[in-house]
Ligand binder design. Structure first.
Ligand code: NAP
Length: 304
């Protein structure tokens, strides 16, 4: 193996340690950031994701508020729960754990989230702000999508230069590929991005030109070693269940053929790469929302 590791576990731990300091600073002013979660039904994977998010919050000293509904809940009941989280002052930002039951219109529910309380950064208003290039630090409420923001942070903290780099993103999905393209081409990031998908005529040729390859397709071992420019950074984001282990656990595969490690200069492992970064950036969005609220409070006091 020649590639150096883009270590998401260590980098996420570093981010959480910084968040702990910021949460302590907020606590001095009597502010406790709180992540709300809404879980509908009893899907084991969804429950385990929600539990993990609560654990991440506890690690940095943030609170978490859990709302659960049975799988029989209808659109009106779920909408009521979202409105409750919008109005709960203990909830700084929240997520609706997906998937919702098939009969419920997910987009209709997600649009009910107050954009200033959108922990995932995927509300249409916040995606619109990303399109418009609004600076997330100065805009009144503009959380970034967690996985794309986690990817940029992972590259940045390992010194992988984005400015001037050619980046091939595989997958145009709304949680990763499409917003990632927007983030990487913002002024300041200044990468040149090719956003590919299942209809791209010659995917290998697009990837061979890239200094950085980010695979978010959900297609096991799609990206082959002979597609990679020697020394390129490769990030494996996709996760697909490909079977069951002898102990009955889900067997998962990433989008990148493991042999890519022999050609790439940098490789994010999967698991242990982008996954922990996504979780850290979710907590970061909650803390940032609390800091924005605190700043607005100061402005209101000064203006009064
Ligand atoms: P999505 O909405 O399903 O999008 C998948 C994209 O991949 C689509 O644009 C699809 O193209 C493209 N694609 C599929 N097979 C392809 C192929 N053989 N060649 C080229 N492109 C192909 O998925 P998503 O929500 O963006 O997530 C993408 C993957 O990342 C999933 O595996 C998901 O589980 C994973 N993920 C990981 C994390 C993490 O933290 N590690 C977080 C979020 C998501 P078309 O548009 O043409 O169909």
């Amino acid at each position: 193996m020649t590639a150096r590791i883009l270590n998401g576990i260590e980098t996420a731990a570093e981010i959480k340690s910084e968040l702990r300091t910021r949460v302590a600073r907020l606590a001095e002013r009597g502010i406790v950031p709180g992540l709300g979660t809404l879980l509908v039904g009893d899907d084991a994977a969804s429950r385990s994701y929600v539990t993990g998010k609560h654990r991440d919050c506890a690690e940095v000293g943030a609170a978490s508020i859990s709302v659960e509904l049975p799988s029989t809940a209808d659109l009106a009941e779920i909408a009521d729960a979202v409105r409750g989280l919008n109005e709960d002052p203990a909830v700084t930002a929240f997520i609706v754990q997906l998937p919702l039951p098939a009969r419920v219109d997910e987009n209709a529910i997600l649009e009910l989230i107050d954009p200033s309380k959108d922990a995932d950064g995927l509300h249409p208003v916040n995606l619109g702000r990303l399109v418009l290039g609004v600076d997330p630090l100065t805009a009144p409420a503009a959380p970034l999508p967690c996985t794309p923001a986690g990817i940029v942070e992972l590259l940045d903290r390992h010194g992988v230069e984005l400015r001037g780099a050619r980046v091939a993103v595989v997958g145009r999905g709304i949680t990763v590929g499409r917003p990632l393209g927007l983030l990487l081409t913002r002024r300041g990031a200044d990468a040149t991005v090719t956003l590919t998908h299942s209809r791209t005529p010659d995917l290998a040729a697009e990837i061979r030109r890239a200094d950085i390859v980010i695979a978010a397709a959900g297609a096991p071992h799609l990206v082959k070693p002979d597609w990679i420019k020697p020394g390129a950074a490769v990030l494996d984001v996709g996760v697909t269940r490909v079977g069951t282990t002898a102990s009955g656990r889900a067997k998962l595969a990433g989008d990148v053929d493991p042999a890519v490690a022999e050609v790439a200069g940098w490789l994010s492992p999967n698991p242990g790469g982008v996954g922990p970064m996504t979780r850290a950036l979710l907590v970061s969005n909650v803390v940032e929302a609390a800091e924005r609220n605190a700043a607005l409070l100061v402005e209101a006091t000064v203006g009064a």
